[in-house]
Ligand binder design. Sequence first.
Ligand SMILES: O=C(O)CCC(=O)C(=O)O
Ligand SMILES: [Mn+2]
Length: 190
Amino acid sequence: MVSAHGGDVVLVHDAFHAPDQLFEDIVSDTPWRQEEITVFGRKHPMPRQTYWMGEVPYSYSGLTNPPEGVSDPVAKVWHHVERLCQTTFNGVLLNLYRDGRDSMGWHADDEKSLGPQPIIASVNLGAERRLRFKRRSKTPGESIPVDLPHGSVLVMRGDTQRNWLHCVPKTAKIVGPRVNLTFRLVDVEP
Ligand SMILES: O=C(O)CCC(=O)C(=O)O
Ligand SMILES: [Mn+2]
Protein backbone atom coordinates (compact mmCIF):
# COMPACT_ATOMS: atom_id res chain seq x y z
CA MET A 1 0.00 0.00 0.00
CA VAL A 2 2.50 2.65 1.16
CA SER A 3 5.42 0.76 -0.31
CA ALA A 4 7.13 3.83 -1.73
CA HIS A 5 9.98 5.70 -0.03
CA GLY A 6 10.92 2.96 2.39
CA GLY A 7 7.44 2.27 3.73
CA ASP A 8 5.83 -1.15 4.01
CA VAL A 9 2.14 -0.97 4.94
CA VAL A 10 -0.67 -3.43 4.25
CA LEU A 11 -4.36 -3.06 5.12
CA VAL A 12 -6.26 -6.32 5.65
CA HIS A 13 -10.06 -5.91 5.42
CA ASP A 14 -12.61 -8.08 7.26
CA ALA A 15 -10.00 -9.80 9.41
CA PHE A 16 -12.44 -11.01 12.14
CA HIS A 17 -15.52 -13.25 12.28
CA ALA A 18 -17.49 -11.26 14.85
CA PRO A 19 -16.06 -7.73 14.93
CA ASP A 20 -19.22 -6.16 16.44
CA GLN A 21 -19.02 -8.39 19.49
CA LEU A 22 -15.27 -7.82 19.87
CA PHE A 23 -15.82 -4.07 19.69
CA GLU A 24 -18.54 -4.10 22.35
CA ASP A 25 -16.60 -6.40 24.66
CA ILE A 26 -13.35 -4.47 24.40
CA VAL A 27 -15.05 -1.11 25.00
CA SER A 28 -16.82 -2.42 28.10
CA ASP A 29 -14.08 -4.71 29.54
CA THR A 30 -11.20 -2.24 29.38
CA PRO A 31 -10.49 -0.02 32.42
CA TRP A 32 -9.72 2.98 30.17
CA ARG A 33 -7.29 5.60 31.48
CA GLN A 34 -7.44 9.31 30.87
CA GLU A 35 -3.80 10.44 30.63
CA GLU A 36 -2.52 14.02 30.43
CA ILE A 37 -0.15 15.50 27.88
CA THR A 38 1.94 18.65 28.33
CA VAL A 39 1.84 21.08 25.41
CA PHE A 40 3.93 24.27 25.69
CA GLY A 41 4.22 23.72 29.42
CA ARG A 42 0.47 23.30 30.00
CA LYS A 43 -1.27 20.08 30.88
CA HIS A 44 -4.23 18.90 28.82
CA PRO A 45 -6.24 15.71 28.86
CA MET A 46 -5.04 13.41 26.06
CA PRO A 47 -7.64 13.56 23.24
CA ARG A 48 -8.45 9.84 23.59
CA GLN A 49 -8.43 7.22 26.34
CA THR A 50 -5.79 4.51 26.52
CA TYR A 51 -4.78 1.27 28.19
CA TRP A 52 -1.75 -1.01 27.87
CA MET A 53 -1.98 -4.80 28.20
CA GLY A 54 1.05 -7.03 28.11
CA GLU A 55 3.79 -8.93 29.87
CA VAL A 56 6.14 -5.96 29.91
CA PRO A 57 5.95 -2.25 30.72
CA TYR A 58 5.83 0.19 27.80
CA SER A 59 6.99 3.82 27.72
CA TYR A 60 6.00 6.36 25.08
CA SER A 61 5.50 10.14 25.05
CA GLY A 62 6.95 10.34 28.55
CA LEU A 63 4.35 7.94 29.99
CA THR A 64 5.24 4.57 31.43
CA ASN A 65 2.52 1.95 31.33
CA PRO A 66 2.93 -0.94 33.78
CA PRO A 67 2.41 -4.55 32.67
CA GLU A 68 -1.29 -5.42 32.92
CA GLY A 69 -3.34 -8.57 32.38
CA VAL A 70 -4.90 -9.25 29.00
CA SER A 71 -8.71 -9.34 28.91
CA ASP A 72 -10.49 -12.24 27.18
CA PRO A 73 -11.69 -10.31 24.11
CA VAL A 74 -8.23 -8.77 23.61
CA ALA A 75 -6.65 -12.24 23.94
CA LYS A 76 -8.91 -13.44 21.09
CA VAL A 77 -7.80 -10.57 18.87
CA TRP A 78 -4.18 -11.15 19.92
CA HIS A 79 -4.09 -14.81 18.80
CA HIS A 80 -5.77 -14.00 15.55
CA VAL A 81 -3.38 -11.16 14.74
CA GLU A 82 -0.30 -13.24 15.58
CA ARG A 83 -1.48 -15.87 13.09
CA LEU A 84 -2.24 -13.23 10.49
CA CYS A 85 1.20 -11.61 10.84
CA GLN A 86 3.13 -14.84 11.47
CA THR A 87 4.89 -13.27 14.42
CA THR A 88 4.57 -12.86 18.19
CA PHE A 89 3.81 -9.73 20.19
CA ASN A 90 4.23 -9.06 23.92
CA GLY A 91 2.03 -6.03 24.39
CA VAL A 92 -0.86 -4.05 22.99
CA LEU A 93 -1.72 -0.37 23.31
CA LEU A 94 -5.45 0.26 23.25
CA ASN A 95 -6.89 3.61 22.18
CA LEU A 96 -10.51 4.68 22.57
CA TYR A 97 -11.60 7.53 20.27
CA ARG A 98 -14.92 8.53 21.81
CA ASP A 99 -16.02 10.71 18.87
CA GLY A 100 -14.61 12.84 16.05
CA ARG A 101 -12.93 15.21 18.51
CA ASP A 102 -10.60 12.49 19.71
CA SER A 103 -7.40 12.17 17.71
CA MET A 104 -3.71 11.29 17.62
CA GLY A 105 -1.02 13.73 16.47
CA TRP A 106 1.82 13.12 14.01
CA HIS A 107 4.29 10.57 15.34
CA ALA A 108 6.18 7.40 14.48
CA ASP A 109 6.26 4.31 16.63
CA ASP A 110 10.02 4.53 16.83
CA GLU A 111 10.76 4.04 20.52
CA LYS A 112 14.13 2.36 20.94
CA SER A 113 12.44 -0.53 22.73
CA LEU A 114 10.62 -1.49 19.50
CA GLY A 115 13.88 -2.05 17.60
CA PRO A 116 14.91 -0.64 14.20
CA GLN A 117 12.29 -2.38 12.02
CA PRO A 118 9.27 -3.00 14.21
CA ILE A 119 6.24 -4.88 12.97
CA ILE A 120 3.11 -3.22 14.34
CA ALA A 121 -0.34 -4.66 13.79
CA SER A 122 -3.03 -2.03 14.25
CA VAL A 123 -6.58 -3.38 14.67
CA ASN A 124 -9.60 -1.18 13.92
CA LEU A 125 -13.00 -1.73 15.53
CA GLY A 126 -16.00 0.60 15.54
CA ALA A 127 -16.32 3.85 13.63
CA GLU A 128 -14.19 4.24 10.53
CA ARG A 129 -11.53 6.92 10.90
CA ARG A 130 -8.92 8.25 8.50
CA LEU A 131 -5.23 7.78 9.23
CA ARG A 132 -2.65 9.86 7.35
CA PHE A 133 0.94 9.08 6.46
CA LYS A 134 3.56 11.67 5.59
CA ARG A 135 7.23 11.32 4.79
CA ARG A 136 9.74 12.51 7.35
CA SER A 137 11.93 14.13 4.68
CA LYS A 138 12.38 17.91 4.43
CA THR A 139 9.99 17.86 1.49
CA PRO A 140 7.31 15.51 2.83
CA GLY A 141 4.84 16.22 0.01
CA GLU A 142 1.14 15.58 0.43
CA SER A 143 0.05 13.25 3.18
CA ILE A 144 -1.52 9.95 2.15
CA PRO A 145 -4.98 9.14 3.58
CA VAL A 146 -5.86 5.58 4.60
CA ASP A 147 -9.43 4.91 5.77
CA LEU A 148 -9.56 2.27 8.47
CA PRO A 149 -12.84 0.34 8.42
CA HIS A 150 -14.37 -1.69 11.24
CA GLY A 151 -12.72 -5.12 11.41
CA SER A 152 -9.56 -4.23 9.51
CA VAL A 153 -5.89 -4.61 10.45
CA LEU A 154 -3.19 -2.20 9.27
CA VAL A 155 0.23 -3.86 9.35
CA MET A 156 3.28 -1.57 9.36
CA ARG A 157 6.69 -3.17 8.86
CA GLY A 158 10.26 -2.66 7.69
CA ASP A 159 11.44 0.95 7.54
CA THR A 160 7.93 2.45 7.79
CA GLN A 161 8.55 4.06 11.21
CA ARG A 162 11.98 5.32 10.15
CA ASN A 163 10.74 7.06 7.01
CA TRP A 164 7.12 7.97 7.68
CA LEU A 165 4.98 9.65 10.35
CA HIS A 166 1.30 8.88 10.89
CA CYS A 167 -1.65 10.54 12.65
CA VAL A 168 -5.41 10.25 13.13
CA PRO A 169 -6.81 13.79 12.73
CA LYS A 170 -9.97 15.06 14.35
CA THR A 171 -12.99 15.04 12.06
CA ALA A 172 -16.00 17.35 11.91
CA LYS A 173 -18.12 14.42 10.70
CA ILE A 174 -20.47 12.82 13.18
CA VAL A 175 -18.67 9.60 14.10
CA GLY A 176 -19.27 7.13 16.90
CA PRO A 177 -16.66 5.54 19.12
CA ARG A 178 -13.71 3.64 17.74
CA VAL A 179 -11.20 1.30 19.36
CA ASN A 180 -7.73 0.81 17.96
CA LEU A 181 -5.31 -1.83 19.25
CA THR A 182 -1.65 -1.67 18.23
CA PHE A 183 0.17 -4.93 18.91
CA ARG A 184 3.88 -4.49 19.52
CA LEU A 185 6.97 -6.49 20.43
CA VAL A 186 8.77 -4.52 23.12
CA ASP A 187 12.34 -5.28 24.08
CA VAL A 188 12.81 -4.70 27.81
CA GLU A 189 16.37 -3.86 28.79
CA PRO A 190 17.58 -5.73 31.86
O1 LIG B 1 -5.65 4.87 15.99
C1 LIG B 1 -4.90 4.54 15.07
O2 LIG B 1 -5.29 4.07 14.02
C2 LIG B 1 -3.42 4.78 15.22
C3 LIG B 1 -2.88 4.46 16.57
C4 LIG B 1 -1.41 4.69 16.63
O3 LIG B 1 -0.80 5.17 15.73
C5 LIG B 1 -0.67 4.32 17.85
O4 LIG B 1 -1.27 3.86 18.84
O5 LIG B 1 0.56 4.47 17.84
MN1 LIG C 1 1.35 4.94 15.94
